[in-house]
Ligand binder design. Structure first.
Ligand code: ADP
Ligand code: ADP
Ligand code: ZN
Length: 215
């Protein structure tokens, strides 16, 4: 099953992808998680990416295209993959099409999770993240123990880019550079829109209905 989860920052891609990856046994490929791991480890890639991430800007396409090519040619992608946060620009989508052609794993569907801007700001400003990739919300999806990850027991933190000014910038960047991909994939005939405003479990059930068509 070859799927991309699409949607603005805060739509719930990471939250849904974690569970979908378990249910369907396909790797969750989050470019944001990969970049943050590089920032934490102080790699050359991380040092370069951080300047953009802190400002709410996109990391340059050539960096992301190299990264995603590497990841998708990994052996764990043989049975499929679940992309989260890639592609975010038209050049990234074009490069993805080429890579997927080379490895004979074209996308089955691009699942677009729709949430209003007001709700996105509430979600992002209350998000608490864990280095393991889990994310929570102080009101909508709190961890069992305050400030502690259910999955791994580590301390939760607030991402630097989840501060109000950077959130506004990320939404603006989404509207300008990423949103055009909705038409791009609609024209390709593989776009599926999902209402992302319900509770986590309701959105999950709707996404599963789509994914089950490709099992
Ligand atoms: P994305 O990966 O698309 O940026 P996340 O999955 O990290 O989004 O979710 C953003 C925030 O919204 C997190 O704090 C998460 O706990 C919360 N959240 C996710 N899905 C829902 C939902 N259906 N209803 C309310 N809050 C949600
Ligand atoms: P969110 O969960 O809020 O959608 P991500 O974790 O996916 O955010 O991404 C965080 C940041 O990492 C982005 O604001 C951007 O700077 C960088 N990033 C992640 N994926 C990409 C991508 N495909 N292209 C460019 N930059 C990216
Ligand atoms: Zn954790």
């Amino acid at each position: 099953m070859n799927i991309a989860l699409f949607g603005p920052p805060g739509a719930g891609k990471g939250t849904q992808a974690k569970e979908l990856s378990k249910k369907y046994s396909i790797p969750h490929i989050s470019t944001g998680d990969i970049l943050r791991a590089n920032v934490r480890d102080g790699t050359e890639l991380g040092l370069k990416a951080k300047q953009y991430m802190d400002k709410g800007e996109l990391v340059p396409d050539e960096v992301l295209i190299g990264l995603i090519r590497n990841r998708l040619t990994g052996s764990d992608c043989e049975t499929g993959y679940l992309l989260d946060g890639y592609p975010r620009t038209i050049p990234q989508a074009d490069a993805l099409t080429d890579i997927l052609k080379e490895i004979s794993k074209p996308l089955d569907a691009v699942i677009n999770i729709e949430v209003s801007d007001d709700e996105l700001v509430k979600r992002l400003s209350g998000r608490r993240s864990c280095a393991c990739g889990e994310s929570y919300h102080v009101m909508f999806n709190p961890p069992e123990k305050d400030g502690i990850c259910n999955a791994c027991g580590a301390d939760l933190y607030q991402r630097d880019d989840d501060k109000e000014e950077v959130i506004r910038q990320r939404l603006a960047v989404y509207n300008e550079k990423t949103k055009p991909l909705i038409n791009y994939y609609d024209d390709a005939g593989i776009l599926v829109n999902i209402d992302g405003t319900g509770v986590v479990d309701a959105v999950f059930a709707d996404i599963c209905k789509v994914m089950n068509q490709f099992k």
